[in-house]
Design a protein around this ligand. Structure first.
Ligand code: FNR
Length: 194
């Protein structure tokens, strides 16, 4: 990395023992120097209601929008709920998309990682999420694709990743994401410097 970058990490599970959060932490732990992952919480965001979009919107919306806006890139790690991604994550995407013209997502490079306790790795969640963010001109890493299956067997009792195949995959994934961020922010940096 030629310059330090921050990544907003958004996890699509609220439960304490979430495998998705453990995967997100493992990815953050494998990050190269200069790439700083910051978790942005979404469990306290009131449901999006356009009537609340006043000069004084809910404090949690303002906090969330500020944290995402201040990041250079976004990592989504989400389980699959009923062949899609969880509703409160969609709410967070909606909250970040308004006020009109001020979406905090715009142009930020993104990585979408789906997880599942089952074997299929949350393919449905992964691609529904890609559709939901497609409006914001976010360059989403194409390869490698990240569908992490059988998540309940990947960690020890302390929540540490013990599956070496998954660890190896995540190390390569975060390197590819770092390069993707660099490619997609270099032009923006050059514009700012001009
Ligand atoms: C699930 N789960 C699930 N898994 C899957 O592979 N496809 C699916 O469509 C669903 N649907 C689903 C709906 C709901 C409401 C729940 C609670 C769960 C199982 C899911 O993969 C499992 O609970 C994961 O452990 C959830 O991720 P976290 O919380 O460990 O990150």
């Amino acid at each position: 990395m030629t310059q330090s970058r921050t990544v907003a990490v958004i996890v699509g599970s609220l439960r304490k023992d979430s495998s998705s959060r453990k995967i997100a932490k493992a990815i953050a732990g494998f990050a190269p120097a200069g790439l700083d992952f910051r978790f942005v919480e979404i469990g306290d965001l009131p449901h999006y209601d356009q009537d609340l979009e006043t000069d004084a919107p809910p404090a949690a919306w303002t906090r969330f929008r500020g944290e995402v806006a201040g990041a250079d890139a976004v990592l989504f790690v989400t389980p699959e709920y009923n062949r899609s991604f969880p509703g409160f994550l969609k709410n967070a995407i909606d909250v970040g998309s308004r006020p009109w013209g001020k979406a905090v997502w715009t142009d930020k490079p993104a990585l979408v990682v789906s997880t599942s306790a089952g074997a299929l790795g949350g393919f449905g969640a992964n691609h529904h999420l890609r559709q939901a963010i497609s409006f914001f001109n976010m360059p989403v890493l194409g390869q490698p694709e990240a569908y992490i299956g059988n998540t309940l067997s990947l960690f020890d009792e302390q929540g540490e990743l013990t599956n070496e195949t998954t660890a190896e995959f995540l190390r390569g994934l975060v390197q590819a994401f770092a390069a993707h961020i660099e490619r997609n922010t270099a032009a923006a940096d050059a514009r700012q410097a001009a």
